[in-house]
Design a protein. Structure first.
Length: 262
């Protein structure tokens, strides 16, 4: 099964381009769930997830809807979360699992996280601490793209997050590889001018994909579907609802080729 959606749903600048002008914020997710059956939650990176909040999100979407949850920055970036930090994160997302609406956890590491013995040991620790849920790892540094890395991920039941991002030196190219039962793709946009130098974070993701650019991914996602039990594809080019257009077009292209997409 292929799930297509967007990275996040709660953006003020989506009012107009996607959400109706008169729709109250508390109804945004329900409206989103009428158009997509999966969503990647990003706010859990900036603050530890709260059980009450996530239980509320789970109950605003229908049965069969899946969330993926981005790991807290203390787990992936500063990597100082410790035992208590991991416990707090897992406790916070538990309501999604209880409702049958947790797809996986996305652990996105920074560009500075490079392949080394220490880095691999940390990934093993992460896998041990989050043993009950599927985990997908997103690397930002191209040095991770080796057969050794893929074998390591498979041995530790860690999925690889494939990405579409600007063709800049050092970044991950648009490869398709599955290393666990969960395959994952994130579309960050190809705004190379603003990737490293920007005044606001959203400028990095200000990009509108063409049909031709997304067509490049159709056979790749088809390959991932053959290798994994479930595929998630999320558009992260979120500025002014561009992610919605990307997700819709990608879904249409996959369906045109006969893939089962929700």
């Amino acid at each position: 099964m292929i799930y297509v959606g967007t990275s996040g749903f709660s953006y003020d600048d989506w009012v107009g381009p996607f959400y109706p002008e008169n729709l109250a914020r508390q109804f945004w997710l329900s409206y989103y769930a009428r158009h997509f059956r999966a969503c990647e939650l990003n706010f859990t990176y900036y603050r530890q997830p709260d059980r009450t909040t996530l239980r509320g999100l789970a109950r605003r979407v229908p049965k069969g809807f899946l969330f993926t949850v981005k790991a807290y920055q203390g787990i992936t970036h500063s990597r100082d979360a410790g035992e208590e930090g991991f416990r707090e994160f897992l406790k916070g997302i538990e309501p999604l699992a209880q409702e049958g609406k947790l797809g996986c956890i996305l652990a996105q590491f920074p560009y500075s996280f490079t392949p080394s013995r220490e880095s691999r040991e940390y990934l093993k620790i992460l896998r041990e601490k989050i043993s009950e849920f599927p985990v997908v790892v997103e690397f930002r540094n191209v040095r991770w793209l080796t057969r050794e890395t893929f074998d390591f991920l498979r041995e530790n039941n860690l999925g690889l997050c494939c990405v579409d991002e600007p063709p800049l030196q050092g970044l991950i190219p648009p490869i398709a590889e599955a290393t666990s039962d969960v395959a994952y793709v994130r579309f960050h946009g190809r705004n190379k001018e603003k990737w490293w130098e920007h005044e606001e974070a959203w400028q990095r993701y200000d990009y509108s994909y063409s049909r031709e650019e997304l067509e490049e991914w159709v056979p790749k996602i088809g390959f991932l579907q053959e290798k994994a039990s479930i595929v998630f594809a999320f558009a992260n080019n979120h500025w002014r609802g561009q992610a919605v257009d990307t997700a819709r077009l990608l879904r249409d292209l996959l369906r045109e080729e006969g893939y089962q997409v929700v």
